[in-house]
Write a protein that binds this ligand. Structure first.
Ligand code: NDP
Length: 444
């Protein structure tokens, strides 16, 4: 049995009941096999892979808070500090009822390679809670955030661990979390990113992940003498990443005809009117089906199946494992040419293999959605220097980072004789820097 297979079996045996974490580890280790095989003895001697798959630390805690009816509610809180070889832990906080240790470990593990690909000095981490902000009043969200931060603040800091937003954690939640950190620690420091512009946030951070996904798509298309101009696209989700992916893709001449949320999807053959989506999601915190009531000519379909809509470009920007093998087969049959992941691991392993074997150019989330964390790192730099860059400056840096990531991923795939296999390219390019730093720092 090869070293990568051995370590994968060990991960499954030692981390029972964590299927998402197993899936993320399998994808990475399968990609790294070609690198490890070349130097297996040295990697084995240093137990590099065993160290890579074991988080440096996981903190889990109780989050008690009082709802509007006066009832005491209890949620679980976590922070997974996965790998600090190349910088302080960096990665979002997710508030969603599905959150558990497996999901946060998969996200923290992916984050190591993603952060490495940005070229910036940030390690991998992730955290969150099974709290559901949906349907809660602002006061309830604040009460929860304050209680969550009362415990989390013991483990984070501007030079140790800098969380950001993720599903269910946007500007409102970051504001409440930052306020409580400052109050308890007495420190006005860049301990969180995604902050509001009046208190240390960076311009373009809100747009960064979605814009970055489309900058990446554009690089892939350019490399294949193609462009988004005149192409039809489907973007899943209707949250932060999806909205700004639609905005940038539309600016580049693409036509996005469908979006969804966890209840169902809308189809608008005239191209999505993003102002309406922003009003529903960012202002009213409503459901995507309201779009069909407001925009003539559009339709709403309850349930899954957004992939049935014919498109050239598919950007999954909602959640993990949303695109399965049936969806993948439908996309291929309908002539889809590009899949660029805005969400983390939105495509199952089986679906990923299928689309890649059937001529789709597929870019994994850890490369494609890295613009968010990269801009978070730019926010950290601005906070440390106590200055603010203009929107144009940040956008240009983001654009250059995405071009650079594409080049690194493309180069690594070519170096290992697997051109256009961006999954392998992203994992190898991300791994190379981290492993170098781990080796240099000894057995820690
Ligand atoms: P948001 O909470 O802003 O939006 C998530 C969206 O996905 C919502 O529209 C939500 O709908 C939808 N969704 C959730 N589950 C499903 C489902 N099962 N089927 C269909 N739609 C679903 O989160 P973000 O946009 O921030 O994050 C989206 C993805 O991008 C996540 O995987 C996240 O980890 C990843 N990501 C985010 C970054 C960021 O900067 N925000 C950075 C890098 C990656 P509903 O309202 O019904 O729940």
């Amino acid at each position: 049995m090869s070293y990568t297979e051995e370590v994968y079996e060990r991960v499954v045996a030692q981390n029972p009941g964590e299927p998402e974490f197993h899936q993320a580890v399998k994808e990475v280790l399968d990609s790294l096999k070609v690198v490890i095989d070349k130097n297996e003895e040295e990697y084995r001697k240093l137990s590099i892979l065993e160290r890579l798959v074991e988080p440096e630390r996981i903190v889990s805690f109780r989050v008690p808070w009082v709802d509007d009816k006066g009832n005491v509610q209890i949620n679980k809180g976590y922070r997974v500090q996965f790998n600090s070889a190349i910088g302080p832990y960096k990665g979002g906080l997710r508030f969603h009822p599905s959150v558990n240790q497996s999901i946060l470990k998969f996200l923290g593990f992916e984050q190591i390679f993603k952060n490495s690909l940005t070229g910036l000095p940030i390690g991998g981490g992730k955290g969150g809670s099974n709290f559901d902000p949906k349907g809660k009043s602002d006061r309830e969200v604040m009460a929860f955030c304050q209680s969550f931060m009362t415990e989390l603040c013991k483990y984070i800091g501007a030079d140790t661990d800098v969380p950001a937003g993720d599903i269910g954690v946007g500007g409102r939640e970051i504001g409440y979390l930052f306020g409580q950190y400052k109050r308890i620690r007495g420190l006005y420091e860049g301990v969180l990113t995604g902050k509001g512009l009046t208190y240390g946030g960076s311009l373009i951070r809100t747009q960064a992940t979605g814009y970055g996904v489309v900058y990446m798509l554009n690089e892939i298309m350019k490399a294949h003498k193609d462009s988004p101009e005149g192409k039809t696209a489907v973007v899943t989700g209707s949250g932060n990443v999806a909205i700004y992916a639609v905005e940038k893709l539309t600016q580049l001449g693409g036509k996005v005809v469908a979006m969804n949320d966890s209840n169902g999807y809308i189809y608008d053959p005239n191209g999505i009117n993003l102002d309406v989506v922003k009003d529903i999601k960012e202002v009213k915190r409503g459901r995507i089906k309201e779009y069909a009531d407001r925009v003539p000519g559009s339709t709403y379909t309850e349930g899954k199946g957004i992939w049935n809509i014919k498109c050239d470009i598919y950007l999954p920007c909602a959640t993990q494992n949303e695109l399965d093998i049936d969806g993948a087969k439908t996309l291929v049959a309908n002539g889809c040419k590009y899949i660029v992941e805005g969400a983390n691991m939105p495509t199952t392993l089986e679906a990923t293999t299928y689309v890649m074997e059937n001529g789709v150019l597929f870019m994994p989330g850890k490369a494609a959605n890295a613009g968010g964390v990269a801009t978070s790192a730019l926010e950290m730099s601005q906070n440390s220097m106590r200055l603010s860059w203009t929107a144009e400056e940040v956008d240009e840096k983001l654009h250059n980072i995405m071009k650079d990531i594409f080049k690194k991923v493309d180069d690594a795939a070519k170096r290992y004789d697997m051109p256009e296999n961006y999954v392998v390219g992203a994992n190898i390019a991300g791994f190379e820097k981290v492993v170098d730093a781990m080796k240099a720092q000894g057995i820690v």
